[in-house]
Ligand binder design. Structure first.
Ligand SMILES: Nc1ncnc2c1ncn2[C@@H]1O[C@H](COP(=O)(O)OP(=O)(O)OP(=O)(O)O)[C@@H](O)[C@H]1O
Length: 341
């Protein structure tokens, strides 16, 4: 039986975090509005949303720093309010704006974190994992922002917790630090831990998350894998083909494919095709069936920023598979006029 299996003990539901109908009001401000969410054991779950969406409030409720106005939060089978001590004992936390003791060294911070988890970790080994072992005996007061962040992460890892809750873990980290953070998150998942983290850094989220939840104005507007969220928007992929020579037959053959919404000939050798993500190979086959030779191709998917904007703002003109919106691509007709495919 692994250490994590032992920690899981009586639980067998496979659920790490469960929120049901969570509401939080601060006076007139509704910070959370009926949030229900299940995070499974062993997954890396990214919690996204614009500033003020309610991410920190949710995390604060999980850790009982804030009480909900309504609804329940369960963490590793414990009620976040009535069993908050058990939750804090079992969870590794990297909170937003954690306070370090400026006069204590990194090693002393780790010794404190290890003792509070009743574990027998080696402080230096934890500091090595986050890349600041050489500063073990320096006082935290002199640490840079990124070093402070790494130290708090090392403290969160103490006791090999079953669940890590990380609020904006990449804040203050340089690109190497952000990469190391991703490696640590993956290593924790590989160990069997669940990782729940909030972030604004979409590339970071895409690189490591199994699923994401997107909050907007206190409401959970989407929960899925990033690929599924992209597909759900129905925004097309753009396929840019380089062929030996563009012909009208080729353009016509591609334009009549069911999942193609636009074709444009750019010069004599380039075809830009707007189509559903899974129609790309059909496009290439149609070009070849029309006698063309594909020399090269490139795919442009919906960017993460576009996807995030589509879920979190009203302004974004999301295209959908029924053809609403504007793919911006038009097909040249035989007589030289341009028509929409
Ligand atoms: N203590 C508080 N008193 C009053 N309003 C609060 C308090 N804490 C949060 N809020 C409000 O609740 C809403 C959600 O804030 P929260 O900090 O949870 O958002 P967030 O998604 O973490 O934002 P950010 O990405 O900027 O950290 C905001 O409108 C915020 O102003």
């Amino acid at each position: 039986m692994s250490q994590l299996d032992e920690q899981r003990g009586k639980r067998s539901d496979g659920i790490a975090i469960e929120l049901v109908g969570l509401n939080k009001r601060y006076g007139d401000v509704t910070a959370l509005d009926g949030v229900s969410l299940t995070v499974r054991e062993g997954e890396i779950f990214g919690f996204l949303g614009p500033n003020g969406a309610g991410k920190s409030t949710t995390i604060d409720i999980l850790l009982d720093f804030v009480r909900p106005s309504a609804g329940t939060a369960t963490v590793l089978g414990y009620d976040a309010q009535t069993d908050s001590l058990a939750v804090r004992q079992a969870v590794g936390v990297l909170p937003d704006g954690y306070h370090l003791y400026d006069r204590l060294t990194a090693r002393q911070h780790l010794e404190f974190a290890i003792a509070s988890k009743s574990s027998d970790d080696d402080p230096i080994e934890l500091l090595e994992r986050v890349g600041i072992a050489d500063a073990a005996d320096r006082k935290a007061g002199g640490f840079s922002k990124g070093m402070r962040q790494r130290l708090v992460l090392a403290m969160a890892l103490a006791g090999s917790p079953e669940l890590l809750i990380l609020d904006e873990p990449s804040t203050g980290l340089d690109p190497n630090g952000a990469r190391e953070m991703r490696d640590i998150i993956r290593a924790e998942r590989d160990r069997g831990a669940t990782v729940f983290f909030s972030s604004h850094i979409l590339e970071q989220v895409e690189a490591v998350c199994d699923r994401v939840g997107i909050l907007r104005n206190g409401e959970l507007v989407a929960v899925d894998t990033i690929d599924a969220l992209r597909d759900a928007l129905g925004t097309d992929a753009r396929l840019v083909l380089t062929v030996e020579s563009v012909t009208d037959d080729m353009v016509g053959a591609v334009a009549t494919l069911p999942d193609v919404t636009g074709v444009r000939a750019d010069g004599e050798r380039r075809l830009t095709v707007s189509c559903a993500s899974d129609a790309k190979s059909a496009v290439i086959r149609a070009v070849e069936a029309a006698g063309g030779t594909v020399v090269d191709f490139d795919v442009e998917e919906t960017s993460l920023e576009e996807m995030f904007a589509a879920y979190t703002t009203d302004e974004y003109p999301a295209t959908n598979s029924e053809g609403e919106g504007d793919s911006g691509l038009v097909t040249p007709s035989a007589d030289g006029e341009e028509v929409r495919a």
